[in-house]
Ligand binder design. Structure first.
Ligand SMILES: Nc1ncnc2c1ncn2[C@@H]1O[C@H](COP(=O)(O)OP(=O)(O)O)[C@@H](O)[C@H]1O
Ligand SMILES: [Mg+2]
Length: 236
């Protein structure tokens, strides 16, 4: 057997909130890792707000993660629980009569960990958003034994959100692998100039990496390998 290229087997890509750039970061990482010759599996265990096409729910995040990772998984492997309502997954599932089994999600992640050299899991919402009864991103990380890459938006208020998440992660015994301070806005506010420094001062994390605003195109719908290289270097 050849030596694994990466020092860890996977990451839970958790957010301080929804819409902070988890999918953007996960896709950038998946594509860069795949380019480096690492086999990458992706899991978006539960996705709400799916569009219906030909009687089938299409999970958008799962689709783009799959495209970035080029893993050969099926959409159903990536997202076993697609839901229609654009609500918190636990609420959408209840509305749609779907029962989400945390053990099933743990099993799916474990299977990906077995099959791929590196597995990226993007749960829904923020760190403590319920995915099901007794399951959120943090609990999933604990159950499958993966560290967390925390994605936070570089805007006013982020220091508080990162500190709250760090306290929760620390108290659960899960490893905080690092923080991506992401810029999802083309017009950053003034705090973006100093947030990183403040987070480094107040939060114990191995690193805080800034990801700038990237203008996405249909040809380039995630950050470039160059932008992801600081993260890839830390994985080696
Ligand atoms: N660095 C970035 N540059 C440009 N747009 C971004 C960036 N990060 C996020 N976005 C945009 O912000 C929105 C939310 O990002 P997304 O990755 O879907 O968040 P999440 O997965 O946390 O809900 C998307 O429209 C995405 O394209
Ligand atoms: Mg997402």
């Amino acid at each position: 057997m050849t030596e694994p290229q990466f020092s860890i087997r996977g990451l839970i890509i958790a957010g301080t909130d929804t819409g902070v750039g988890k999918t953007v970061v996960a896709c950038g990482l998946a594509a860069a890792a795949a380019y480096a010759g690492v086999s990458v599996g992706v899991i978006k265990p539960v996705e709400s707000g799916c569009m219906e096409k030909a009687g089938r729910l299409i999970p958008a995040d799962a689709s783009i993660l799959l495209e970035a990772a080029q893993s050969g998984q099926t959409l159903n492997d990536v997202c076993p629980y697609p839901l229609k309502a654009p609500l918190a997954p636990s609420v959408a599932a209840k509305l749609e009569g779907v029962s989400i089994d945390p053990n099933d999600i743990v099993k799916i992640v474990n299977e990906a960990l077995f099959e791929f050299e590196f597995t990226l899991v993007e749960p829904a919402g923020g760190l403590l958003s319920p995915l099901a009864d007794k399951l959120d991103s943090l609990e999933l990380a604990r159950l499958v034994g993966l560290p967390i890459l925390l994605v936070a938006p570089n805007k006013l208020g982020v220091i508080n959100h990162v500190r709250l998440c760090e306290k929760s992660i620390r108290s659960s015994g899960v490893l905080l692998w690092g923080i991506v301070l992401n810029q999802p806005s083309a017009t950053p506010d003034e705090s973006a100039l100093t947030n990183r420094e403040e987070i480094e001062r107040f939060v114990k994390a191995p690193f805080v990496i800034e990801l700038p605003y990237v203008s996405m195109t249909p040809e380039m719908s995630w950050p470039s390998r160059e932008l992801m290289s600081p993260l890839i270097e830390r994985l080696r």
